[in-house]
Ligand binder design. Structure first.
Ligand code: HEC
Ligand code: HEC
Ligand code: HEC
Ligand code: HEC
Length: 461
């Protein structure tokens, strides 16, 4: 992923400033009775200037009302269908022998479009509109009309099928449906979503995620921190980023454990995309120049590919700070997962037993991290924790290093807003240097990355 995402502007967006009130917006739409089945109606239903298609944020509104404009102009999700029709998409379809074009295959449409059966469609819309409003916010037919009425509570919309993205746990779960994958056991359902090594070997990017960085890159079309709403206090700006990062990490770990559990039951085992990519894919160098050989292979037989522990090794630092007893229990299960997965023939039962014991512990952390109060010191201690274990993180693998870089990025943005540290520019440059080291994964060097982390450790105080 490129952190400075510049998309070519699409056709000039014809819209004038929002003069109409939000209430009028609902009146312009057809309202469906709540009792009717929840159906998808397509992003066009949200696009009016007076609804979410304003060019400029509307003054005195809790809602920006520019969401559609942001999505269509800046958000890659609106291009998600188009990438299927491009060269890489078509090539993948051919290599995978899909028998159809990528843009006609449910295997791809499940994540790259608002893929609904005819019965789930409330009105006609174009599948080519990509990942749109209802992919994240849920089918809108039941709440479309009512949600525009003044003082309409969010909870009522949720009861009528709106996905509760306001809750950061549910929000992350929604992102991870596509950015990690969901259970293919239910193969008959069009919601079945996964990217495995077979797809990766045909050209699909490997999936990884971090809520705070990905939300910034998306970019956000909502106000963060959230302003106060009836009965809800405003969010404290100092910790929104830290909370999104930490809750996102805990949910991601839980979802990864669930994915490993169902993958352990599948035919393809071990599933290579669960392992460290660079264990198998790296440039070979003369023996004396190899950092891998020099460090040995902790916890595994030399030459066996290691498990990809990136969704745990960085989060572990936060978990220890929050609750050391639960963190120890989590460590026990994760060590079992890592140990077994880093064998040549991991035992399916041992892996799924440990992974399914770890999942609920990760969920408890998510719930705790969602409601606990944060302070700038939380961010500082976490950054120190990450940089004080440079070898563990760097040897984790390149994906773990990437999580560490994203974590430091998110945490430092939140932290430096508070105290404006005098050496902020130096720390920023040192974090950016970490990202540069990750640009070519197959020449990743753990020693160099560890030095980069040590440099940040020495700058933090
Ligand atoms: C589990 C959900 C999922 C499925 C299923 C899926 N994709 Fe993707 N795809 C993604 C995500 C998420 C990204 C963006 C990854 C990133 O940048 O982190 C992506 C990115 C891509 C890209 C690169 C786009 C770019 O901007 O460079 C192509 C091409 C692609 N997918 C094609 C396909 C094809 C073809 C299929 C079907 C064979 C498919 N995808 C199935 C989730 C999925
Ligand atoms: C990739 C997922 C995704 C897509 C696509 C998406 N949204 Fe969102 N949206 C979110 C998330 C996450 C939030 C922040 C959580 C929240 O406030 O509910 C949000 C927030 C909002 C909010 C503010 C809600 C509030 O109470 O503050 C509005 C309004 C909104 N989105 C409308 C839209 C519209 C309209 C579209 C389509 C043009 C759209 N969204 C597409 C994920 C998405
Ligand atoms: C329905 C599936 C789906 C959901 C849900 C979803 N995404 Fe995506 N996301 C995709 C696909 C597919 C792409 C690739 C689009 C492309 O490259 O044009 C993508 C791309 C992205 C990118 C751009 C990555 C890059 O390489 O530049 C970001 C950032 C992102 N998503 C963040 C999020 C966040 C944050 C959420 C949750 C609020 C979310 N996504 C929910 C499917 C999804
Ligand atoms: C256990 C070893 C192993 C692991 C782990 C592994 N791969 Fe592979 N990968 C292979 C093999 C073997 C091939 C087939 C290579 C060939 O035939 O040339 C392959 C092929 C590929 C290819 C296509 C060939 C190429 O060079 O372009 C890509 C891309 C790829 N893997 C990416 C990944 C990614 C990303 C990960 C981690 C998510 C990963 N692999 C994990 C062994 C592995």
């Amino acid at each position: 992923m490129h952190f400075v995402t510049q998309l070519p502007l699409r056709a000039a967006f014809a819209a004038t400033s929002a003069l109409l009130s939000l209430a009028l917006c609902g009146a312009a739409q057809s309202t469906k009775p709540a009792a009717e089945a929840q159906k998808y109606i397509g992003p066009g239903s949200c696009a009016a200037t007076s609804c979410h298609g304003s060019v400029k944020p509307v003054a005195d509104s809790r809602i920006l009302q520019t969401e559609y404009t942001t999505w269509i102009l800046k958000d890659k999700h609106s291009r998600a269908f188009q990438v299927l029709t491009g060269e890489v998409g078509e090539r993948m379809a051919r290599i995978l022998k899909l028998g159809t074009k990528a843009e006609e295959s449910p295997k791809c449409l499940a994540c790259h479009a608002l893929y609904a059966t005819p019965e789930q469609r409330g009105r006609a819309f174009e599948i080519s509109e990509g990942v749109s409003c209802e992919n994240c916010h849920g089918p809108a037919s039941a709440w479309l009309g009512s949600h525009t009425t003044r003082d309409w509570p969010h909870e009522k919309s949720v009861a009528q099928g709106m996905h509760d993205t306001r809750n950061v746990i549910h929000r992350t779960e929604k992102c991870l449906e596509c950015h990690l994958g969901t259970n293919p056991q239910s193969a008959a359902k069009p919601t079945n979503k996964f990217v495995d090594h077979e797809m990766i070997a045909a050209g699909h990017p490997d999936l990884y995620f971090e809520l705070d960085s990905f939300s910034a890159v998306m970019p956000r079309h909502w106000k963060a921190p959230r302003e106060s709403a009836p009965g809800k206090p405003a969010e404290d700006p100092s910790w929104v980023g830290v909370r999104d990062w930490s809750v996102g990490q805990a949910v991601q770990l839980r979802a990864a454990m669930e994915r490993l559990t169902w993958r352990a039951k599948k035919d393809t085992w071990p599933e290579y995309s669960e392992l460290s990519c660079i264990a198998c894919h790296h440039s070979l160098v003369p023996a004396q120049d190899s950092w891998r050989q020099e460090h040995g292979y902790a916890g595994r037989r030399p030459g066996d590919p290691a498990w990809n522990a990136s969704r745990y090794l960085v989060f572990r630092v936060m978990a220890r700070q929050v609750d050391s007893a639960s963190a120890q229990e989590l460590e026990k299960q994760l060590s079992a997962v890592a140990g077994e997965m880093s064998k040549l023939n991991p035992d399916r039962n041992a892996v799924s037993a440990a992974a399914s014991s770890a999942a609920p512990i990760a969920q408890q952390f998510a719930e705790r991290l969602l409601t606990m109060s944060y302070e700038p010191a939380t961010a500082l201690r976490t950054m120190q924790g990450i940089t004080q274990e440079p070898e563990t993180i760097a040897l984790g693998d390149e994906r773990t290093a990437e999580q560490a870089a994203m974590a430091l990025d998110s945490l430092y943005i939140a932290y430096s807003k508070q105290g404006s540290p005098a050496n902020a520019n130096e720390v920023r440059a040192a974090i950016n240097a970490l990202f540069q080291q990750l640009e070519n994964p197959s020449v990743y060097n753990a020693d160099q990355f560890a030095s980069g982390l040590k440099r940040i450790r020495d700058l933090l105080h």
